[in-house]
Design a binder for this molecule. Structure first.
Ligand SMILES: Nc1ncnc2c1ncn2[C@@H]1O[C@H](COP(=O)(O)OP(=O)(O)OP(=O)(O)O)[C@@H](O)[C@H]1O
Length: 340
């Protein structure tokens, strides 16, 4: 995607979106409802004209503001949130739907192979309404993969499934795509899904791509305050620049890792993730528990510092402290990220 803009009527929905996927890579557009994720997928698939920029696929320019390849020529497969299966066809009929050009034997072989890949080998003759949501989505995936697409697009593919199945299926789908070297782009507003599936994630807000990066970098090195807030949990503490690249805040003094230009005396906000703040009984620094959420192996504590500012801390759940109790804490971080 090279500086792609899309709009509806007078409204601009995507502004100069640029990102790329290498062959076999899985990307994800992540962002709140209405930010333009689906519109980006529709533009790539060829259902929405673009107003500026270019879309490249395997060396072809498939869309510009003046020339667009029709969807059926792009060689792009799609998987939708609502599965969109054909109810009057069996599982095998659905998967083989786009393979009409192949000889019958070859089509049969390919359908059987794909059903094996998605774990539905015994269901070829079932009608899709008799399948669970997770199984229906596997049929949709097999159908999209059948014509060997150059790119697979997945629009919130797991959002109709319960949380546990969603996590398992995202991992399974990643394994299937990786084993076949399929290049894919997913859209979701669920960061856990994005983390489980994607190599590269783009965080979007109001039609703009704020950062295109690995999950690790989005979490530890967010380029933008919105990205820092949207991805993972955390708290911001006021800080003062005390020397070039040196910040002082209520929990200590650290070097600043961000690209933010830090002039001495400048007031900034430091991002602290829950895993940056450790519970340590031997620490002289104390904070009061104001909220706690049980997460199984851990508690997520919200802790008030003496100033009243709060930070989050992930603590192994055998450290069960009461609300109001003061506990020792220590910062486990060498560099901090700061925002103006
Ligand atoms: N056909 C349309 N005509 C006019 N406006 C539209 C049309 N489709 C989408 N929009 C608007 O474009 C913006 C982006 O919509 P889009 O569906 O791409 O967002 P999204 O990030 O996929 O949201 P969600 O997560 O809720 O699906 C929204 O403000 C939406 O109202």
């Amino acid at each position: 995607m090279d500086q792609v803009s899309v709009g509806y009527g007078a409204k601009s929905v995507l502004a100069q979106l640029s990102f790329g996927l290498a062959k076999g890579e899985i990307g994800c557009l992540l962002g709140p409802s209405g930010c333009g994720k689906t519109t980006a997928l529709r533009a790539i698939a060829g259902f929405e004209p673009i107003r500026a920029g270019r879309i490249h696929l395997n060396g072809d320019i498939i869309a510009t503001a003046t020339a667009q390849w029709p969807p059926q020529q792009r060689g792009i497969g799609m998987v939708f949130q609502d599965y969109a299966l054909f109810p009057h066809l069996t599982v095998a009929g659905n998967v083989g739907f786009g393979l009409g050009a192949l000889p019958r034997q070859e089509r049969r072989r390919r359908v059987a192979e794909l059903l094996e890949v998605v774990g539905l080998a015994g269901h070829a003759d079932d009608y899709t309404h008799a399948l669970s949501g997770g199984q229906q989505q596997r049929v949709a995936l097999a159908r999209a993969l059948a014509p060997s697409p150059r790119l697979l697009l997945l629009d919130e593919p797991f959002s109709n499934l319960d949380v546990e199945l969603r996590e398992r299926l995202s991992q399974e789908v990643r394994d299937i795509l990786k084993s076949r070297g399929i290049t894919a782009l997913l859209v979701t507003h669920d960061q856990h899904e994005a983390f489980a599936l994607a190599d590269k994630i783009g965080v979007m807000a109001e039609g703009r791509l704020l950062q295109w990066d690995s999950a690790y970098a989005l979490y530890h090195e967010p380029a933008d305050r919105f990205v820092a807030d949207f991805v993972g949990e955390g708290a911001f503490l006021p800080a003062t620049v005390v020397a070039p690249g040196e910040l002082e805040f209520e929990l200590g003094r650290r070097t600043c890792q961000s690209t933010l230009v830090c002039e001495p005396g400048q007031k900034v906000q430091v991002l602290l993730r829950p895993d940056d703040v450790l519970h340590d009984d031997s620490s002289q620094r104390h904070a009061r528990v104001v909220k706690k959420a049980f997460r199984g192996a851990q508690f997520l504590y919200t802790l008030a510092l003496p100033s009243g500012a709060t930070v989050l801390s992930l603590v192994p759940s055998h450290h069960d402290h009461a609300i109001g109790e003061a506990i020792g804490i220590r910062l486990e971080i060498d560099h901090v990220i700061a925002f103006a």
